[in-house]
Design a protein. Sequence first.
Length: 473
Amino acid sequence: MCGIVGIVDAGGVSIQLYYALYALQHRGQESAGISTFDGTNLHKFKGNGLVADVFSPSVLSDLHGTAGIGHVRYPTTGANLPENIQPLNFQFKEHFISLAHNGNLVNTCEIRAEYEQAGQIFTTTTDTEVIAKILMDEIGRSGCVEDAVRICMRRLLGSYSVVMMFDGIIYAFRDPLGIKPFCIGKTENGYMVASESVAVDALSAKFLRDVKPGELIRIDSEGIRCTQVAVAGKRAHCIFEYIYFARADAIIDGVLVYDVRRQIGHKLFEEDPVRADSVCSVPDSGTAYAIGYAEGSGIPFVESLMKNRYMGRTFIMPTQKEREKAVRIKLNPIPAHLKNKSVVLVDDSIVRGTTSKRIIEMMREAGAREVHMRIGSPAIKAPCYLGVDMPTREELIASDKIEDEVRHSITATTLHHISLDALVEAIGFEREDLCTGCLTGCYPLPIDGEQARPCKVDFLDSTFQSRLGSFEA
């Protein structure tokens, strides 16, 4: 699930892009990149590592221009190779193009094979380059970027929020089901798009609204234009954004993530109450859930695991071995808060179960008498094909185990996952407007070998209609 941002601002964009990516760092820790355009030349810099490690003041000062895009990468399709770091940059018929993508296509192999059969070559292993090939092919034919985006959206199957800079004009579009988040903000001297509203907040910009599913946004020095390219019979917002991936202070499709997680904590207590001395979270992803559980139960919230704030997110580390080694460095139990105590331990999800087991072992070693684990998502039963690097069914602890077997495996005193109905109610959308593939094994798009409940997508009139300054909900 990566993080993307695009900005057009008369005051210059390199520092703004840097801070926006810093705010989106939780969405990807493998690499970061920025491309800017100064009216004549494309400037770019990218590298492996965190945003603060990749960019220095001298690097940022060389990224001239009033338009630019940025990306932080979390790999799903494509290996950890230097050529896969985004944005991808091209020179095409005297035009300067830069492209970044958040999501995962499920028909990458088919489209790539088609282009290779026609003699095209690829320099990366990412699905982002597939998107770029389609766009450049169609721009070469028609000369119209907007029409190329329309044709591209007809061909893509999967999740995508895309930002493209074409000679200093920013184009942004979102898949018709709205699987990946995307929003619009107003900066001091222009406009921006970003994966989450927290990037808008970081620039003291004004959050305007989400990019609508199937919508195309065009931003240049004159302002912003929006048009609806496609309309689907339903939406399929990624449920895992609300469970884990988005920052708690983000507004995703009109919903404050923190409020969802706190409400889930209330429902966890209502569904399976337990007597305990304290409520503790696995920080930071479990904190809002734990606060809600404490509010609902009346059991005091007590920090019993202290997080090393300089550690990243272990879920998105590339290997299981790295995740396991990171647990003890990342979390330290507080014996004075655990000795002889019965504790409700609240976390967002259990994936493989190895991290949960290690945390519970650490708490018992620190003196906890009982550890009642409460989870803010239903059991994860199936892999994700649409942008979250979920493991195979064989690696998912709940894919072939009932809840009590999972409890025994992670050594918890008791275990309860929130029900899917309660989770959906806490988010506030209709169930059919959420992608629940990882929880149910039924996906909103056709995927080979999997159950699916796809819907019809209608592509609208090709006339690009300007709606300058129009931000109706």
